[in-house]
Design a protein around this ligand. Sequence first.
Ligand SMILES: Cc1ncc(C[n+]2csc(CCOP(=O)(O)OP(=O)(O)O)c2C)c(N)n1
Ligand SMILES: [Mg+2]
Length: 201
Amino acid sequence: MGRRAALRFCTCFLPERQRGPAAGTFYGGHGIVGAQVPLGVGLGFAHKYRASDRISVTYFGDGAANQGQVFEAFNMAALWQLPVLFVIENNQYAMGTSVERSAAVSDLHERGAAFGIPGGRVDGMDVAAVLQATEEAVAGLRAGNGTAAAGNDDLPLRGHSMSDPAKYRSREEVSKMRKERDAIEQARQPCSTAAMPTRTR
Ligand SMILES: Cc1ncc(C[n+]2csc(CCOP(=O)(O)OP(=O)(O)O)c2C)c(N)n1
Ligand SMILES: [Mg+2]
């Protein structure tokens, strides 16, 4: 499992940790960039239609954030006040394209503003900050506060795939990032001193 996927996996299991084994369901990813966003909104619709207290947590990247279907999904989620948390993982690159080259406004956590969706920026390399922000957003959604968006600023420690030579970044930038910002390394210490939450079963 990749390191960012590991963080995603942690937050996916948040509902389960809070409310018992049947609550958290991981629906996987999507080969078409951004296509998971309307699906996530559909899940949110189902939760509301069934009067369930479940919520849908929908993850997508900075590149996906420029897709038209994402804005349509925002509109429907906000219009129907669906319990959806949009997590925009801004790792600064979509394959080799930097967010500055692809987004007119690169503060992606503000993307929902036109739809009345509140958003906030979180340091995606800080596991505890992600957990806390997720818990707060989930509590708000469960209290019936409609739809929310979070922008996780994180950093790519590797290229997009094995065939990506990552020529768009310097070696120095990558090695500095790995040394100073690796989320797993930063979380290791508090985990080993039991400062992180643990599961009981
Ligand atoms: C509609 C579509 N266009 C292009 C691709 C090829 N593609 C796969 S991943 C990717 C970049 C996605 O970037 P981002 O949303 O920032 O996610 P990240 O990989 O950085 O997590 C692209 C363009 C695709 N899968 N689907
Ligand atoms: Mg990206």
